[in-house]
Design a protein around this ligand. Structure first.
Ligand code: NAP
Ligand code: G4F
Length: 328
């Protein structure tokens, strides 16, 4: 009998890659989808990866416990991957209460649905390197103290600890993946890598002349989402639940990431990038650099895609999209 996996956030970047990965492993995949007046576009990432007709989507919302209880009951999952969130850091200052309701309390809603209907299921929580915020150690590991710097990071910290708490209180097989930034051609257009690769494609094809960015001195440890969803699955295959940092161990400035994208198409970023304070944040996370030793040792996982390879893949995909006037 096929194993059943339930994904919240299935329409997002990670949900799409994880669906593809699990389907290839023979899983039956179910996903929570929230109602939208724009029918037909919500599953565009699943379609891009060719898996939209291989998953079952069920109406629900992280803010609606009753919908989650019903979905867990109906699908009786062996594994639950809680990926749904208001995930854009910049928006979290503009919608702090919504971010708390979905990114923080939404985790408890999912854990309560599991407690009621599938306490034996294995649970993955999408925690974030943003929780390290104002970093307390040069390389951040599972032992590094947290110091969140945005309403998003504060909400993620709650989600992280409630997952640990349900593991310790109720013996749940609940693991938390502290994932550093991971990107792909399916990254949302508002995040800096995709904003850059989309902008580069538009400039190269003569549809734009400038790209407006905020703090390009910030540094991030960027990996590929396709690699990172494998770490999520590996965590749930362990005998014991635990928390793991998932990262490349390399950090790069936004400026250098941007340069890689411009140089790939033979353009000089200095002629096109405009610094716009509108994209500065009330509090910044200046630098993130992960220490993925535990994931390597215990899960046998390591990143396989370099930043250059990933940015080139993203620019290629955006050149195609812009040529075909696609907007997603
Ligand atoms: P994403 O592309 O922004 O996807 C977020 C998903 O959450 C979408 O499917 C979205 O649905 C869903 N969602 C949002 N609000 C919801 C609600 N109220 N009810 C139900 N679903 C809701 O994010 P991602 O990059 O795939 O990241 C996946 C998870 O990992 C997130 O929790 C994120 O915070 C976390 N994370 C991401 C990174 C990263 O670098 N990508 C790093 C660390 C942690 P719609 O399609 O309807 O909007
Ligand atoms: O791409 P970003 O918006 O990602 P950020 O804030 O690091 O958050 C992402 O990674 C987290 C993991 O650490 C996830 F938890 C979270 O859900 C999300 O996926 O910004 C990266 C950096 C920031 O320092 C930002 O200030 O790029 C800087 N930046 C400079 N100019 C910009 C821009 N960011 C965006 N989005 N847009 C700009 O124009």
């Amino acid at each position: 009998m096929a194993k059943r996996a339930l994904l919240t956030g299935i329409t997002g970047q990670d949900g799409a890659y994880l669906s593809q990965f699990l389907i290839d492993k023979g899983y039956e995949v179910f996903g929570v989808i929230r109602r939208s007046s724009h029918r037909g576009v919500e599953d565009h990432r699943l379609r891009w990866l060719g898996v939209a007709d291989k998953v079952t989507l069920l109406d629900g919302d992280m803010g609606d416990l009753s919908s989650l209880v019903r979905i867990v009951k109906e699908t009786a999952p062996h594994e639950i991957y809680n990926l749904a969130a208001q995930s854009f850091v910049a928006s979290s200052w503009r919608q702090p209460i919504h971010t708390a309701n979905i990114t923080a309390t939404g985790v408890t809603n999912m854990l309560e649905a599991m407690r009621a209907e599938a306490p034996e299921a294995r649970f993955y929580q999408a925690s974030s390197s943003e929780m390290f915020g104002l970093i307390q150690q040069e390389r951040q590991s599972e032992q590094t103290p947290f110091y969140p710097r945005s309403p998003y990071a504060v909400a993620k910290l709650y989600g992280h600890w409630i997952t640990v708490n349900y593991r310790e209180s109720f013996g749940f097989h609940a693991s938390s993946g502290i994932l550093f930034n991971h990107e792909s051609p399916l990254r949302g257009i508002e995040f800096v890598t995709r904003k850059v690769t989309d902008g580069v494609a538009r400039i190269k094809l003569g549809k734009a002349s400038e790209l407006r960015l905020g703090n390009i001195d910030a540094k991030r440890d960027w990996g590929h989402a396709r690699d990172y969803v494998q770490a999520m699955w590996l965590m749930l295959q362990q005998d014991k639940p635990d928390d793991y940092v998932v990262a490349t161990g390399v950090t790069t400035t936004v400026r250098d990431m941007c340069r890689i994208a411009f140089e790939y198409v033979g353009l000089d970023m200095a002629k096109h990038v405009v610094i716009d304070p509108a994209f500065y944040r009330p509090a910044e996370v200046d630098v993130l650099l992960g220490n993925p030793d535990k994931a390597k040792e215990k899960l046998g996982w390591q990143a396989t895609t370099t930043l250059e390879q990933m940015i080139h893949e993203m620019v290629d995909a955006d050149l195609e999209r812009v040529k075909n006037s696609e907007t997603l």
